[in-house]
Design a protein. Structure first.
Length: 357
């Protein structure tokens, strides 16, 4: 990474997004270019309707992503979607092996049933019903990507991640100590400290919204649905713990936007959808978060090195340059026949992307 003496520009190895929602159909076509403009690769979430539960479905979904990229004028050498499977109570071990052997499926996603968008087909009893699939993952060396929240209605929504560590993560990793686990979109001090201190192959992704905002952002001047995501924004003490983890240089922490596009009218709704759209300006958001604490020199490791190293993939060879210049986030973006609102719409960031190559 090269940084000018005045830190007016930043050139880093081209980054990857290790947690991304692209949706399908017209929605996919509307958003895929935003990610491909910045990132060389992205782990693609499988929570479509119906979910991507088989290797054949994952490969078919990849073909639709490739078609959307071609339609946007983006070459196959510019952006590589890394596919995943959606773990269910009935996922057989041979499907895990088939996915691994395909060379196109890189991980399996655990959604506790009912935890987030399109998670109704998720897991109800991880160790009881998924043991064979977990054993196959451990043998293949494929990561299990974990949405780390319990869904017990008796647990406060702000406590669900911390309780998940105790109830699910610790027993899972005792039972399968060699299993590679990514604790996705961590939001709490407890989650960050667990990943920092635990034994064995574990890592975590961190989103831009959880680095930049605490839960006050949802309620500033009224209920602001475009800051609502799951896991939900937490207290300031948790945000600070995430910033400390992300900027620490610890290779267990890396970039995952969890960018999740929803039509504006479905966010601004009596029961609004969870998810923040950050694919448009992800690197500007991350640069702002790192720069705010004087850690812009740590961004390249977090964005470009730690993720591929954990997944056992080569680092990218291209570069991306950010410059210290004002960037005003658009108020809305086209989204098929409707529109979507990006995270922090209308605000001005101090960094903007200059070029990627």
């Amino acid at each position: 990474m090269s940084v000018s003496a005045a830190v007016s520009s930043l050139t880093l190895v081209r980054p990857d997004d290790w947690h991304l929602h692209l949706r399908d159909g017209a929605a996919l076509e509307a958003v895929v270019a935003d990610t491909a403009r910045q990132f060389a690769r992205a782990i693609i979430m499988p929570n479509l309707k119906p979910p991507v539960t088989t290797t054949a479905q994952a490969l078919a979904y990849r073909e639709r992503i490739d078609a959307a990229l071609r339609k946007a004028g983006i070459g196959a050498d510019v952006f590589n979607p890394l596919m995943t499977l959606y773990l269910t109570d009935n996922t057989p071990a041979d499907e895990i092996v088939r996915a691994h052997e395909s060379g196109q499926v890189y991980a399996v996603k655990l959604y506790p049933a009912g935890a987030t968008t399109n998670s109704d087909a998720g897991v109800t009893d991880l160790l009881g019903k998924c043991a064979a699939a977990l054993q196959a993952l451990e043998r293949c060396g494929m990561p299990l990507l974990v949405h780390g929240e319990v869904t017990d209605p008796g647990i406060d929504v702000f406590d669900r991640e911390a309780v998940f560590v105790e109830r699910v993560m610790q027993p899972l990793r005792r039972a399968f100590p060699g299993l590679k686990v990514v604790f996705e979109h961590i939001t709490t001090k407890e989650g960050a400290h667990y990943v920092r201190d635990a034994d064995g192959p574990i890592a975590a992704t961190i989103t831009p919204q959880h680095l930049l905002y605490n839960r006050n952002a949802i309620f500033l001047g009224g209920v602001r649905p475009h800051w609502y995501c799951l896991p939900i924004l937490k207290r300031e003490t948790h945000r600070l713990a995430l910033v400390e983890a992300a900027t620490s240089g610890n290779p267990r922490f890396f970039l995952g936007t969890d960018s999740a596009p929803h039509a504006r009218h479905l966010k601004e709704h009596a029961c609004g959808c969870a998810g923040c759209y950050s694919a448009l300006h992800a690197m500007e958001l991350y640069a702002t978060a790192f720069d705010m604490v004087g850690a812009i020199d740590k961004l390249e490791g977090f964005a470009s090195f730690h993720g591929p190293d954990f997944y056992g993939l080569p680092r990218n060879t291209g570069t991306l340059t950010l410059e210290r210049a004002e960037y005003e986030i658009p108020q809305e973006l086209p989204f098929g026949e409707t529109s979507l609102v990006p995270l922090a719409a209308g605000e001005t960031l101090p960094w903007r992307m200059a070029v990627a190559g």
